[in-house]
Design a protein around this ligand. Structure first.
Ligand SMILES: [Zn+2]
Length: 164
């Protein structure tokens, strides 16, 4: 594994053993996972996950972040621990939880979704002009050079913005 990865429970449920190998997880996820899917225990054993509790300091930082964004009420204690561990280890957090993704954005923690399709159904995107703020339909296939083109009204660069 090239970089440190913290895996949320969705990843533990969905990913094959090889993909999970060496991932960081918090102890609270074991009971959470076994409650949802008892059959996964053997898979977890095989994945050689690193079970690690975040420090008090990291937990305090996670709480501070969640208070700032107002995500506090929607997060479980396991979610907090996952976030804190990612903060502490400078890891990439794999999660489909939009609250955790939002907090990662705020804390400038790298994150990625567990299921590539997940994020599309959760978020809607607009293609918006950086000049005149006109909104255009989002292209349904990615362009090879990742460029989104220019506004046909004013010629400014177009960017993707999450619809709120
Ligand atoms: Zn424009």
């Amino acid at each position: 594994m090239d970089s440190v990865e913290v895996l949320d429970t969705a990843a533990l449920l969905a990913w094959p053993v090889e993909r999970m190998r060496g991932g960081l997880v918090v102890p609270g996820q074991r009971s959470e996972l076994l409650h949802i899917s008892p059959d996964r225990e053997l898979v977890l054993e095989a994945a050689e996950l690193i079970w690690e509790a975040p420090s008090e300091e990291a937990l305090a930082k996670a709480r501070e972040l969640a208070t700032t964004t107002g995500d506090m009420a929607g997060l479980s204690s396991v979610d907090f621990e996952i976030l804190a561990l990612a903060v502490e280890r400078g890891a990439t957090l794999f999660t489909d939880d939009y609250r955790l993704q939002n907090l990662c954005e705020l804390a400038e923690i790298a994150w990625s979704s567990v299921m590539t399709e997940g994020i599309r159904s959760m978020w809607s995107w607009d293609l918006r002009c950086t000049g005149c703020a006109s909104v255009f339909p989002v292209p349904d296939s990615p362009s090879p050079d990742r460029k989104l083109g220019n506004c046909r009204e004013c010629g400014s660069e177009l960017v993707l913005r999450r619809r709120r």
